[in-house]
Design a protein around this ligand. Structure first.
Ligand code: RUB
Length: 312
């Protein structure tokens, strides 16, 4: 199996997961494909690269970091295969380095909002959110974490593992215990799969529940998001597709047989309205959600026509 197919498979089955990791793995898969296509025909090279783009694009529908990374890597103009190849390699390397630096910067920017003695609640596993927590801890702030399990895939265990290895006091809770614990929380910090033009957040299902409980308890709700998580398609009023995953993640096939008429719904993500979000920490600064339009148009340079062309 080629690296391209292996990466597509791993993204699909969630061996590679989390919006940032998915984006970096996809960029590197395109780079590897560009290196391994053996032809002198630019048309053939372009066609094969387009097929690789499509294969990766279709793996998971929600994290906008994936199509954004693919488009960035595929922005090449060349008259020979060698030129095209080297532009794709350079684009992929620049994307991966930029993405890793963005996460570090988000850590520094976000950690300023975390004060000594804070208890931070987080959901699922986000490298950007974890970076904020770890950076605050490394700067000698006495903090602790409350991490949700994040059923059904238990990404909370990954968060717990990261926090335990870093020596950060952590409590693991049931997803349904979020409101019960909110009164003990000083800030909620979560990651992002996508941010819409009006500043709404799409992240792991259950995130909106944390936001609602935080809003009710007047606890600041902070999102950690690289700018490539902002969705240009939403400029056109396009909705972000919410991935519906296999029912067997919720109920075993044996139990499903017991209740043949039972319907099971398993959306992987949900939408948090911008009015529940206090701050989005990006690598270019901490902004209110209302500035998402500015990020997409001014900072990322997307125009409505270009966003339109990229709808597949
Ligand atoms: C992961 C998830 C994460 C975001 C951000 O969902 O919702 O919060 O992807 O992660 P899944 P990061 O496990 O279904 O991919 O900050 O690492 O990009």
């Amino acid at each position: 199996m080629t690296i391209l197919h292996e990466t597509a498979e791993k993204i699909k089955n969630m061996e590679i997961r989390g919006a940032g990791r998915i984006a970096r793995a996809a960029a590197l898969a395109l780079k590897d494909e560009a290196k391994s296509i053996d032809t002198d025909s630019l048309d053939e090279f372009n066609a094969k690269m387009k097929a690789a783009y499509k294969l990766l694009y279709q793996t998971r529908p929600t994290a906008v970091s994936l199509p954004n990374a693919l488009r960035i890597v595929m922005r090449y103009k060349a008259s020979t295969v060698a030129e095209a190849r080297s532009q794709i390699i350079a684009n992929a390397d620049a994307f991966v380095t930029g993405s890793e630096n963005a996460v570090k910067r988000i850590g520094e920017i976000g950690a300023r909002r975390i004060k000594d003695d804070f208890t931070i609640m987080t959901h699922c596993n986000s490298s950007a959110a974890a970076q904020i927590i770890q950076t605050a801890f490394k700067s000698k702030k006495n903090i602790s974490v409350i991490a949700t399990e994040t059923r059904p895939r238990m990404q909370g265990y990954v968060t717990v593992d990261v926090m335990q290895k870093a020596g950060i006091p952590t409590t693991l809770i049931l997803d349904s215990a979020v409101r019960y614990f909110m009164k003990k929380v000083d800030a909620v910090v979560v990651g992002a799969d996508a941010i819409t033009v009006n500043g709404n957040l799409i992240n792991k299902v259950g995130t909106s529940q944390l936001a609602l409980a935080a809003h009710e308890a007047r606890v600041p709700f902070i999102v950690a998001a690289e700018t490539y998580k902002f969705s240009p398609r939403t400029l056109l009023g396009e909705l972000v597709e919410i991935e519906e995953r296999d029912p067997s993640e919720v109920l075993s096939p044996e139990m499903q047989k017991k209740w043949p008429n039972l319907k099971i719904a398993n959306p992987a993500f949900d939408i948090t309205p911008h009015s529940y979000i206090d701050l989005i920490c990006t690598e270019i600064g901490a902004i209110p959600p209302e500035m998402a339009y500015w990020v997409i148009t001014e900072k990322l340079g997307w125009e409505i026509e270009e966003a339109d062309e990229n709808i597949m």
